[in-house]
Structure formats: structure tokens, C-alpha cells
Design a binder for this molecule. Structure first.
Ligand code: BGP
Length: 484
């Protein structure tokens, strides 16, 4: 068997986000976040798996006034807030070199626009980082993972308002300053390209309040780009040995056939995503996007200095989530089918998960090669994994061979990409411990090596159990990816 060349010091680990695991949504002085108002819709009632029911303005008002109405399972998370020591001990047992987590912005600044941080929130993350470092696990911290303070949505309509740049930078500087001795790896915005699909989740925009949706989304994104670049600048100044990256949801787009029309359609679809990394890694707006703005009557308001800040402070590395690939066509009628999660067209060569996410390990190798060719900066796969239903057997075991197969095939292809010359810093599989799903708020869509006893309605003991994949992944890390 060919030897894989995972470099020494390769950062193996797992990934999570505060809003999906911490719980304690109203403890420790935390303000409400945008995710605290996403409703859980049972599978039978959902029209599709990307539907997220964001509440109305009135409900939002009621939430902010403390009149909470029903209780969403999401708010309980998996209670990491109180159980982090137990969970981190399990990560350490698997041999994690790194743990991707996010800081909940409203735990530090409950409203988002105040000057003084909430000390209790800061202290919580001090404890979490200390616990990780005790085991030699490097924290990899996302500053904003779908969880801005809800107040910023209500008062400013999220990132459409320029003032958020300063609020975010103040938040970033506060946590850089506090954790400079503890955290070396940072990410600015989780899946920054998601705003074009879900403006609320990605940029905190209530679309009912705007006239031209795309205009509002791209203007908000401009503010996020500037905020991200200013955070990069601050991070470099305040923590000289740190590395800070951008993060996007990476989905390769395949043409349905070799017809030039399909190939052009796939290229253009992909450019809409590459735009995000072009700005954050290369440091400027690409001409294809400026032309798209012109054709669609979108005017981005830039202030003097914006272009300089983007150019002078690109990210150190590029990270992404990778779950699936898409297929597109130059023929609009073909796109009306719904056989694949994002694009309509089903790829007949691939299987899909129970949620219609088409599984494509080789696509990971393709995307790694492409992104490295384009940018020549280190890459980091910070999310990858299989959402699946798990069964606890009578003897308490959980035999998740399907998950092992999925991860093995992807890690194998990542190894091939490294053999092809791609520089990869690390790999953190998504939801290393079962947590609440971002797109569906389900608990039963599980990704973890560690099972958590809780159902979609928040019932269960929250007891943690090791799955079969726990032992498998431990060995992968121990052998630095040699034994899969
Ligand atoms: C990514 C998000 C994560 C995560 C993951 C899996 O888009 O960054 O927060 O949840 O997808 O998605 P889901 O939870 O919807 O299965």
C-alpha cells in the first residue's frame, strides 16, 4: 500500500459550534443569539431540509422582552456549558491535537454594541481553553459561527448596517487580548458564503425589511469582509504567532455533461463561491463579480480605505467545510428537479445521505487541488462528516460502520491530495460529539464519535457513550493517518 504523507504535526481533531452544543442559552449573562429564534420543524412537516423557520418580528420582540414562548431543543444544546470537562476528556482520549469551537458572541457582548464585555462569558472560555491545553489540545476558534447577538438584528438589521464592523472588531480585539496566551488558531466567519442562501443565518438580515435582497446581502457581505480583514490585522498585531483564516462551505460544481453550455454554467456557479475566497485570500473584488453586480443593479458602497484594508490583510490560511458536490446545467429546466440537496440535479455516480447530501470523497481531492492551485496558501478542512441516524444496541454499543466508511474514504482522498502536493494543515471532522443540526435543528441527525442521549424534543439523560467510530478515529490519529 502506498504510504500516505500526512505531515508531522498534522492537526487532527473535531469541530463544533457554540450555538449547537453549549446550551445554557440564558445563563452566565449571555444575550440571545440569532439561533435562539430558529424554530425546530419535525421532519414530517418540513418541505425540504434547508427550510429554517425564522420567527416573525413580533415573536422577536417577545423574545427580547423575555417572554420566550415555547422552548426549542436547540436552546439546551448538549449542555457542553456544564459538561465541557467530561467532553474534553473524551476528545483527549481520542488523541485530538486540535478542537474547533466557536465563541458565542452574545456571551461576551450580550447586545453586541456595548463597550464593556461580560466577564462571566470571558471566564467560561478561559476555563474551556485551560481544559483543552491541559491535554495539549490546541483550540481552533471561530469568532462568529451563525450566532450574532439577536439585538443587532432587531436594531440594525444585522450586517446591512456599517456600524457592525466596529462592533465586531471590538469583540474580536477583546477576545484576542484576553486569550492571546491560549489560542493560536482563529477563523473569522463560519461559512461566509452561506449568506447568499440564508441571509438571516449568514448575515443576520431580516429580508422583509429590505427592498432589493441581493443588494442588501452583498452590502452586508462587504461589511463582513472589511470586519474580517480588520480582525486579521488586529490578530497579527496582538498575537504575532497566531494564524487566522477564512472559512467557507466548499461545494465543487460539476457540469452535467461535456456540453460547453453546461461547463460555462458550472464555472459561473463556482465563481459565485470562489468570490468569497478571492476577496479574503487575494484581497480584492474579482472582475467577474463586479460585472455580475453591474448586470444585476447591485451597488456596493465602499468607504475610503476599504480596498486597502482588504488588500493589506488577507488571511493566513483557507479553511472550509466539505460535505458534498453539486451538479449544474446550462439548461434552466434541468435545475428544477430536486434530487440533490443544493443544486437540483442528482449525480448518478454518487450515493446520498438520508438528508440527500450526495457523498463524494474524490470531490474532496478535486477541491483541495483546485483551491491550492488557485491560492497557494495552506488549507484546513474544518468540517466533514456524515449526518446519520444511530441505533443504540441492547448491549449499549453503537456500531456506526457507515460513518467510519464515510470518514475513511474522505481521509484517504485528503491523503492523496497531500501526495499530489497540496498543503493541508489539519482535519477536524464535524460534530465530533453529537450536537444539534444547524439546518434542521434535529438532534437525531448525528455526526459524532460520541453519542449523546437526547431526542429531537430535548428528552434524554444527555449521557455520553463512545461509538465504534470513537475507537477507529483514535487509531487514525495515533498512526497519523497511516491506518484507516
Ligand atoms: C455546516 C455548519 C455547521 C454544521 C454542518 C452540518 O454548514 O457550519 O454548523 O451544522 O454544516 O450541517 P447540519 O447540522 O445541518 O447537518
Amino acid at each position: 500500500m502506498k504510504k500516505r504523507r500526512f505531515p508531522e504535526g498534522f492537526l487532527w481533531g473535531g469541530a463544533t459550534a457554540a450555538n449547537q452544543l453549549e446550551g445554557a442559552y440564558n445563563e452566565g449573562g449571555k444575550g440571545l443569539s440569532i439561533f435562539d429564534m430558529v424554530t425546530f420543524i419535525p421532519k414530517e412537516e418540513r418541505k425540504n431540509d434547508i427550510e429554517m423557520d425564522v420567527r416573525s418580528e413580533e415573536e422577536l420582540e417577545a423574545l427580547l422582552a423575555g417572554n420566550e414562548g415555547d422552548n426549542f431543543p436547540k436552546r439546551r444544546g448538549i449542555d457542553f456549558y456544564h459538561r465541557y470537562k467530561e467532553d474534553i476528556a473524551l476528545f483527549a482520549e481520542m488523541g485530538f491535537k486540535t478542537f474547533r469551537m466557536s465563541i458565542s458572541w452574545p456571551r461576551i457582548f450580550p447586545n453586541g454594541d456595548e463597550l464593556e464585555p461580560n466577564e462571566e462569558g470571558l471566564a467560561f472560555y478561559d476555563n474551556v481553553f485551560d481544559e483543552l491545553l491541559k491535554y495539549g489540545i490546541e483550540p481552533l476558534v471561530t469568532l462568529s459561527h451563525y450566532e450574532m447577538p439577536l439585538y443587532l438584528v432587531q436594531k440594525y438589521n444585522g450586517w446591512t448596517d456599517r456600524r457592525l464592523v466596529d462592533y465586531f472588531v471590538h469583540y474580536a480585539e477583546t477576545v484576542f487580548n484576553r486569550y492571546k496566551g491560549k489560542v493560536k488558531y482563529w477563523l473569522t466567519f463560519n461559512e461566509i458564503n452561506v449568506s447568499t442562501i440564508s441571509p438571516y443565518i449568514g448575515s443576520g438580515i431580516l429580508v422583509d425589511r429590505v427592498e432589493h435582497k441581493e443588494q442588501a446581502v452583498y452590502q452586508a457581505l462587504h461589511h463582513q469582509f472589511v470586519a474580517s480583514a480588520r480582525a486579521v490585522k488586529a490578530c497579527h498585531e496582538m498575537i504575532p504567532d497566531a494564524m487566522i483564516g477564512c472559512m467557507l462551505a466548499r461545494m465543487e460544481v460539476y457540469p452535467e455533461t461535456c456540453s460547453p453550455d453546461d461547463i460555462l454554467a458550472a464555472l459561473e456557479e463556482d465563481q459565485k463561491n470562489l468570490f468569497f475566497t478571492d476577496v479574503q485570500v487575494r484581497g480584492y473584488y474579482p472582475s467577474y463579480m463586479l460585472s455580475y453586480f453591474e448586470k444585476n443593479n447591485i451597488q456596493i458602497e465602499m468607504l475610503p480605505g476599504d480596498e486597502e484594508i482588504l488588500l493589506q490583510h488577507p488571511v493566513d490560511f483557507l479553511s472550509f467545510s466539505y460535505y458534498m458536490t453539486m451538479v449544474t446545467s446550462g439548461n434552466p429546466d434541468r435545475l428544477k428537479e430536486r434530487g440533490n440537496f443544493f443544486s437540483g440535479i442528482k449525480n448518478p455516480y454518487l450515493e446520498a445521505s438520508d438528508w440527500g447530501w450526495q457523498i463524494d470523497p474524490k470531490g474532496l481531492r478535486i477541491t483541495l487541488k483546485k483551491m491550492y492551485d488557485r491560492y497557494q496558501v495552506p488549507l484546513f478542512i474544518v468540517e466533514n462528516g456524515l449526518g446519520a441516524y444511530d441505533k443504540v444496541e441492547e448491549d449499549g454499543s453503537i456500531n456506526d460502520d457507515y460513518r467510519i466508511d464515510y470518514l475513511r474514504a474522505h481521509i484517504e482522498q485528503m491523503g492523496e491530495a497531500i501526495n499530489d502536493g497540496v498543503e493541508v494543515m489539519g482535519y477536524t471532522s464535524w460534530g465530533c460529539i453529537d450536537l444539534i443540526s444547524a439546518s434542521t435543528s434535529e438532534m437525531s441527525k448525528r455526526y459524532g464519535f460520541i453519542y449523546v442521549d437526547q431526542d429531537d424534543y430535548g428528552n434524554g439523560t444527555l449521557e455520553r457513550k463512545k461509538k465504534k467510530s470513537f475507537h477507529w478515529y483514535k487509531n487514525v490519529i495515533e498512526t497519523n493517518g497511516e491506518e484507516l
